[in-house]
Design a protein around this ligand. Structure first.
Ligand code: BGC
Length: 540
């Protein structure tokens, strides 16, 4: 397995080897004591990210928004929501990141706007058949009086994907009813987003994370989806093994996902990015069904990267992990793109919890992270994973995820609880004084704060720091070839450049190969304990 040569002095292509840290701005750091994180808060914590050893940050949306989906419902793509600050704060954030040697990626939400966007308000006012409505997907209903939705599509957040307006027409929303889908077959939509891209590129951002990248264009017929869900049932409690039912709905072979025309959008954007100085990049959030469909988003004239969710979807299993690695590298080798790896983000159950929670979950999470960081390509980390945070069981009265309101499914709040920075009790230094954060933090987080873990050389934070420093020493030079080694069914083992990586996913300790230990996810001797990973150099 080998990928194209990633680097030349003329095209540094920083993203090919970067570790990129996702900031969910509501939950990272609050500078003004309103309980909600903000841009000055992020800026004040940039030295922490530099010291952690990441190369870049991706910030989830901070644009003007009614916050029905915490910013993934954008009312003005060219301004900052007052909750988060001002455009000057954004400029300061970009400049400070660059001074510290960090790249900065912003989140672009092109599939839908907020219903508070001027375009949608104009569409409502203008009425059926108007040019304003043609920017969205308004349709007549089915049935004699049009009282049935135009088709059977269900929203990713549960319930029907159509809402009826006063004059009787229906509009499509693949997510919440406050997030109307744009019609990407209408050229005005593409023109608007080109302006938005330029607006942020002009302000110096290094790239875009593209939300729902596989959903922009719908099959023109808007035919029924195959899986007819009716009213989506509620699912009850957190299922530690499931990633999320939302994710499951975005991965289907249905007429709203992964249409061939969507790639034309990214070819146009690539031309725009290439016309700017520096190495600007795009990464697709595309929950495609296979590594092959993921690879279509990163052909040479499209996106630079696409999130590879296959490890995140795999259970704790050496065989599964091995097939994720080979499947990913094989699919990408044909298009010359570099792989990406991700274990957690703001939409899924945190990986400590997915791997069983408690000491076992944490040990496995650290081991999987270490293995991921040894692979070619770039890794995406999600805020708080470096502290070993678990999914929080947020009480129903505090839940805010729109999918909870639509269906009663537990939703994603549990991975969005604000980061604990210091102190013995909530708000753990998240904001000034004792202003409580927008989601309550657990009572037992004192040992998990950044300050507590900085003082402990065996902490998860110290582990991330050491692993990232060790990675830095070889990531760009180790090459892209990965050779899987057979050390038994329960052991994931591979060689990359000078490194041999071994992960014990079984139930008994195994003898590890000889060599010098470069990094490990827990204590190791000549034996590699269960749920532990190690990097070795063998000197051959
Ligand atoms: C984002 C979600 C968001 C949805 C709608 C995604 O996939 O990551 O957080 O709710 O798109 O914008």
């Amino acid at each position: 397995m080998t990928l194209n040569d990633p680097k030349s002095p003329e095209a540094p292509e920083w993203w090919r080897h970067a570790v990129i840290y996702q900031v969910y701005p509501r939950s990272f750091a609050d500078s003004d004591g309103d309980g909600i994180g903000d841009l000055p808060g992020i800026t004040s914590r940039l030295p922490y990210l530099r010291d952690l050893g990441v190369d870049a940050l991706w910030i989830s949306p901070f644009y003007t928004s009614p916050q029905k989906d915490h910013g993934y419902d954008v009312a003005d793509y060219r301004d900052i929501d007052p909750l988060f600050g001002t455009l000057e704060d954004a400029d300061r954030l970009v400049a400070t990141a660059h001074e510290l040697g960090l790249k900065l990626i912003v989140d672009l939400v092109p599939n839908h706007t907020s219903d508070a966007h001027v375009w949608f308000q104009a569409a409502l006012a203008a009425g059926p058949g108007s040019a304003e409505r043609a920017r969205y997907l308004f349709r007549e209903g089915r049935g004699e009086d049009g009282s049935q939705p135009p088709n059977n599509w269900s929203s990713v957040f549960g319930g029907p994907a159509w809402t009826r307006v006063e004059d009787g027409q229906w509009y499509l929303h693949l997510f919440d009813s406050t997030q109307p889908d744009l019609d990407w077959r209408n050229p005005e939509v593409g023109d608007m987003f080109e302006d938005v891209l330029r607006f942020w590129l002009d302000r110096g951002v290094d790239g875009f994370r593209v939300d729902v990248a596989h959903g922009l264009v719908k099959e023109e017929s808007l035919r029924d989806q195959v899986v007819d869900e009716g009213d989506t049932p509620a699912s009850g409690e957190i299922n530690p093994e499931a990633v999320s039912s939302m994710v499951e709905r975005t991965m289907r072979d249905e007429p709203m996902w992964d249409q061939p025309e969507v790639h034309e959008v990214y070819r146009r954007w690539r031309t725009v990015l290439d016309s700017y100085e520096g190495d600007r990049m795009m990464v697709a959030e595309a929950w495609t069904q296979s590594a092959e469909s993921m690879a279509r988003f990163v052909r040479p004239d499209e996106m630079h990267q696409s999130f590879n969710f296959s490890w995140l979807l795999a259970p704790w299993s050496a065989e599964e992990f091995a097939s994720v690695v080979t499947g990913t590298l094989e699919a990408l080798s044909g298009v010359g793109a570099s792989p990406t790896w991700v274990l957690s983000n703001h939409d899924v159950v945190r990986h400590v919890t997915r791997y069983g929670g408690g000491a076992v979950g944490l040990a496995r999470a650290r081991a999987a992270t270490l293995a991921m960081l040894a692979l070619p390509g770039s890794s995406y980390l999600y805020e708080g994973e470096e502290l070993g945070l678990e999914q929080v069981d947020v009480e129903p009265e505090h839940r805010q995820d729109p999918s909870w309101f639509r269906t009663g499914e537990v939703g994603r709040d549990g991975c969005r609880v604000p980061v604990p920075w210091s102190g013995d009790a909530a708000p753990y230094g998240f904001g000034p004084g004792d202003a409580q954060p927008w989601l309550p933090q657990p009572d037992d987080w004192a040992p998990l704060t950044v300050a507590a873990q900085q003082a402990d050389p065996d902490s998860t934070l110290a582990f991330y720091q050491k692993a990232l420093a060790a990675r830095r020493a070889f990531a760009e030079t180790a090459g892209d070839e990965v050779e899987l080694l057979d050390l038994g069914r329960d052991v994931l083992a591979f060689r990359r450049g000078p490194l041999t990586v071994v992960v014990n996913c079984g139930e008994t300790p195994v003898t590890r190969p000889a060599g010098d230990v470069v990094a490990s996810s827990g204590p190791v001797s000549d034996l590699l304990p269960v749920d532990t990973a190690v990097w070795l150099t063998t000197g051959d």
